[in-house]
Ligand binder design. Structure first.
Ligand SMILES: NC(=O)c1ccc[n+]([C@@H]2O[C@H](COP(=O)([O-])OP(=O)(O)OC[C@H]3O[C@@H](n4cnc5c(N)ncnc54)[C@H](OP(=O)(O)O)[C@@H]3O)[C@@H](O)[C@H]2O)c1
Length: 334
């Protein structure tokens, strides 16, 4: 592979020089959320494969299990200085399975030290609060991360699924480099209030589940069964009836992709990249051929006509089913 092929456009998150590849790589599915964990050596190879393809931005979290951060740290060790590592704190005892949050400053400090150890690195480039903790004022959370930044353990501060007021308050204490929330043609919640706010404040945006947890690729339909331990088994939007209703959307996106000679996944990623120059999606996959396909999405140009057609498709086919359970919906946008 030539050096040119390895180049991917870069984007800036926030106003303090956090530069990353236009597409990042989400490590979650390597050990959390979508069934059995990927074999460690395969996961390391995949992450290194992503770097070979020009990806310089890797996303993990305490909540994805000890091995997720460990695998990422091992994989990027040979080229650590060339990549940006993002991880997250904020679940009680580090596990979303508790259903409880913990963003007390003392806990944030412990998570930072443990994450540094697991990642085998001396700094976390981007440290997100995974979910807003209603029991800890956001000023205290931002203050705790500000202290870690002053000590050099953390470089940049991020939030995930935070509401507008929380973002403003946090940003006033410690500038927020990036908000990471769900955004894709399958979930457009951030468009009304959050994206204009981020533009106003100069905060970058990292859409998670940019492929709609796989749905926008067209590979999931009413007949698909997910393995045991796959979160999609419990998400309203992935129940059989909703899947059947939503499949029309994936089909229409698929037709547009086919006409352009690209894939639906690539259209889904190119659509996000076309929304704002400070948006950096982080698709996840456990398969090298899909990684290559997804990275190709960074070079797909959607014309104004393509974007208009997609807008018409999205307007005509409203997505059926919430993206999270009732409990999960209570934890977002607050
Ligand atoms: N902040 C948060 O609360 C939060 C929540 C969720 C996720 N995230 C982050 O966002 C990252 C990405 O989100 P995500 O993994 O939920 O969703 P996603 O990237 O939208 O989709 C991943 C799913 O799509 C499949 N897939 C990927 N590329 C494909 C392709 N080209 N063709 C067909 N199927 C494809 C994957 O299966 P295979 O592995 O079989 O390819 C996997 O099941 C995560 O890794 C994580 O880092 C953050």
């Amino acid at each position: 592979m030539t050096a040119k092929e390895r180049q991917m456009d870069k984007r800036l998150l926030g106003t303090n020089g956090l530069q990353v590849s236009a597409l990042g790589f989400g490590c979650m599915g390597l050990s959390f959320g979508y069934g059995a964990a990927t074999e460690r050596s395969d996961a390391v190879a995949l992450i290194r494969g992503a770097h070979d393809l020009g990806v310089t931005f890797f996303d993990t979290a305490e909540a994805y299990g000890v091995e997720n951060e460990e695998v990422l740290g091992e994989a990027v060790a040979p080229f650590r200085d060339q990549v940006v590592i993002a991880t997250k704190f904020g679940w009680k005892d580090g596990s979303p399975r508790t259903g409880q949050l913990d963003s007390r400053p003392e806990r944030i400090r412990i998570v930072a030290d443990q994450s540094l150890q697991r990642l085998k690195t001396d700094r976390i480039d981007l440290f997100y609060q995974h979910r807003v903790d209603p029991d800890v004022p956001i000023d205290e959370v931002a203050g705790a991360v500000r202290d870690l930044i002053a000590e050099g353990k953390v470089k940049h501060f991020g939030l995930s699924e935070a509401g507008a007021q929380t973002i403003r308050r946090a940003h006033a204490v410690q500038p927020v480099a990036a908000l990471q929330s769900e955004y894709s043609m399958f979930t457009r919640d951030p468009e009304a209030e959050i994206l204009p706010l981020l533009e106003e404040l100069g905060i970058g945006f990292v859409p998670f589940s940019p492929l709609g947890k796989g749905f926008l690729t067209g590979k999931i339909d009413a007949g698909t069964s997910f393995p045991e331990g796959d979160i999609r088994n419990s998400l309203p939007r992935f129940q059989a009836e909703a899947r059947a209703a939503n499949h029309k959307l994936a089909e229409e996106i698929g037709s547009l992709a086919e006409a352009k000679g690209v894939t639906p996944a690539q259209v889904a990623l190119a659509w996000l990249l076309a929304q704002k120059p400070w948006i950096v999606p982080i698709p996840g996959t456990t398969k090298l051929h899909r990684l290559q396909e997804n990275v190709g999405g960074a070079s797909v140009e959607l014309s104004p006509d393509d974007l208009q057609k997609l807008a018409a498709i999205l307007a005509a086919i409203p997505v059926q089913g919430e993206r999270y359970s009732a409990q999960g919906m209570k934890m977002v946008n607050r």
